[in-house]
Design a protein. Structure first.
Length: 633
């Protein structure tokens, strides 16, 4: 039965790819990402089978005589798991492949497809150069450290190999700490906010206004880039006519590739007015500000070289991808906003049916409309209970060792009681509940992870190959840490203590035995690292991440993320602006006009004044639960 976890992992990965990946994504990218996700999902999904098998073996081996063993075989409820002894080999192989993918292959391929070079050879050279910038210094430092350990501490090659694995595992554990600390708070909060029907409409209106700004900005950058490409092409043609050098022929071939990528923009949405150069923000004169803006956007290089064309090609690729993503996300949220408007109207009609005893709305439809938000709020409360249990277990691991020797984990006592009497389907299902919730919280954060606007997953087929590979790189590092952390939460050494000598297969892998490595042995790593999850949960609950991003956003514009709150008294001009856009686009759809054709930004569609922002900040302490800091982590 345990092999079903592999099948479930592949199915889950395929469904996620269908949800996120662009249709134009190359097949080999899809296969590699699906393989990466499937391996890390398999490691997590197979763990309950591993623990259930240990329960079964513990029950069977508790008999000391042949008669009692025969009796135990009849009493112990065990799921048939043929060839489960292959599990250690499968886990070790999956672990090794995920480490190779997560630290080498996916990074190299991501650099390859993100290169601005025109030929495969050039892209390979670019990817190798980027890899060398990181891996060569890391290798030099690592070899120096290994040499120091050999000379100073006399470590053997086996000990050094184990130490290197432990170092790699530590990186995965700290990534897990960050993601799990975010997900344990945000998953219940997301479900709770989903149950707010009116709040969801306000949120979608807010997002529509933001995405309209992003779409206009992306379109403007694309037009500036295309203008620069055409100016460069004209200059290159003039230089080629005045020169007999063969080098210009190669440059013209490269330029032809760029020209072929440039789309026609005649039917695009009209642009909003550009920022007024008569009001420069830096105190310079209007002429100087306008001149600098023009220079930055459309200045042709004085000398056209292959390197200059590569940089221009990379800029064009990013501008095209940004425009495509912004347009796709804008259309997606427009349709979601229109659908949410219909839900709000149905919700109001259902409420009026029960308050005024109106019979215009069907009874079954009214009940379903009213029960959906209630079901989401109930699911949120259940997730809150699970999150509290996990946070408590993470925080009390510190008391497990000397001098306290206290086991305060409810999960440990639950599974210790379940271990009596063997395994069985019911115990397997109970095992799946906490491990799946832990995995959902972790991968929820991972799939919302965002590095500026370059590497972020966008739903409904709007994620490019680079974003998929970037996500798969981190996914490969999360499977083994999740299992290791879960076994620490349930105190597996207390459950499977002698006699009899029974343990999980995962405990015998290089990750499961990490606490036996000298540097990581003891309290320093195993007991104190989970405590960081508790602090990060509080950090996330208080929305300090949005405040931190606001500070970084002053230096890095791509990290700015306007905040939205589900409080009823939250006000922002973007909400009204988004409402007007939705009304306009709904009318355009009724007339058969493509979305975005008549989009025009309204001037002043920004946040409220500083006074209103300060007032909202003063009320933040009473509304921590409803605040949604940003759509992505």
């Amino acid at each position: 039965m345990w092999f079903l976890s592999g099948l479930l992992a592949v199915v889950a990965s395929a469904l996620l790819l269908r949800h996120y990946a662009e249709r134009e994504t190359k097949s080999y990218i899809l296969i590699l990402v699906c393989f990466s996700w499937s391996l890390t999902f398999f490691i997590v999904l197979v763990l309950p089978f591993d623990i259930e098998h240990a329960f079964c073996q513990r029950c069977l081996q508790s008999g000391s005589t042949l008669e009692s063993l025969t009796t135990k075989q009849n009493d112990c409820r065990c799921i048939p798991n043929p060839q489960i002894e292959l599990l250690p080999t499968c886990i070790s192989a999956a672990y090794g492949v995920t480490m190779l993918l997560g630290y080498v292959m996916n990074d190299l391929l991501m650099s390859l497809i993100s290169s601005g070079e025109f030929s495969l050879r050039g892209r390979l050279r670019d990817a190798s150069r980027e890899a060398a910038i990181f891996y060569i210094p890391a290798a030099v430092f690592g070899l120096g450290f290994v040499g120091y350990l050999i000379v100073h501490d006399g470590l053997t090659f086996t000990a050094i190999r184990a130490l290197c694995r432990a170092f790699v595992n530590t990186i995965g554990l700290f990534i897990l700490v960050a993601f799990l600390g975010y997900g344990l708070v945000e998953v219940p909060r997301e479900l709770w906010n989903k149950g707010d029907t009116l709040g969801q409409l306000r949120f979608l209106q807010f997002k529509v206004a933001l995405l309209s700004e992003e779409l206009q900005s992306a379109r403007r950058k694309l037009e500036e880039t295309i203008e620069l490409v055409r100016s460069t092409e004209s200059q290159l043609r003039a230089e080629a006519s005045a020169s007999t050098s063969q080098g210009h022929a190669r440059l013209q071939a490269n330029m032809a590739q760029m020209i072929a990528r440039c789309p026609a923009i005649g039917s695009a949405a009209p642009l909003a007015p550009a920022p007024d150069p008569s009001k420069p923000e830096d105190g310079s004169t209007p002429t100087q500000a306008s001149s600098r803006s023009a220079d930055r956007s459309t200045r042709v290089p004085e000398r056209l070289t292959h390197k200059a064309l590569v940089a221009l090609n990379l800029r064009l690729m990013k501008a095209l991808a940004s425009d495509k993503r912004a347009r796709g996300m804008y259309e997606l949220y427009i349709r979601q906003g229109i659908e949410q408007q219909a839900r709000v109207e149905a919700y109001k009609r259902a409420e009026s049916r029960w308050t005024s005893q109106s019979t215009s709305e069907p009874l079954l439809k009214s009940v379903s409309v009213l029960l959906k938000p209630l079901a989401l709020r109930t699911a949120s409360l259940a997730c809150v209970a699970l999150s509290v249990v996990f946070i408590w277990c993470e925080g009390t691991i510190l008391l497990d060792g000397d001098p306290f020797n206290l086991n305060l984990s409810p999960l440990s006592y639950l599974f210790r009681a379940l271990s009596h009497g063997g395994g069985g389907p019911l115990r397997l299902l109970i095992l799946y509940v906490p491990i799946l919730y832990c995995a959902v919280c972790t991968y929820y954060a991972m799939f919302r992870m965002r590095l500026c606007d370059f590497y972020a997953l966008h739903p409904h087929g709007h994620s490019d190959a680079s974003s998929l590979l970037f996500n798969a790189t981190y996914a490969c590092r999360l499977g083994p840490p999740l299992c290791f952390n879960f076994l620490k939460l349930i105190h597996d050494k207390d459950i499977f203590k002698k006699p009899p000598d029974v343990d999980t297969y995962f405990s015998h892998t290089s990750f499961g035995a990490m606490d036996q490595i000298p540097i990581f042995k003891g309290d320093y790593f195993n007991n104190y690292a989970p405590l960081l999850i508790v602090f990060l949960c509080g950090f996330t609950y208080l929305n300090l991440g949005s405040e931190l991003l606001g500070c970084f956003g002053r230096c890095f514009q791509c990290m700015k993320a306007p905040a939205f709150s589900f409080d009823e008294d939250f006000t922002d001009t973007r909400i009204d602006h988004g409402e007007r856009i939705l009304a306009s686009e709904q009318q355009a759809l009724a007339e058969g006009t493509p979305l975005g054709s008549n989009l025009q930004l309204l001037s002043g569609a920004t946040s409220d004044s500083e006074e209103a922002a300060k007032a909202m900040k003063g009320r933040a302490g009473a509304s921590r639960w409803n605040r949604l800091a940003e759509e992505n982590l």
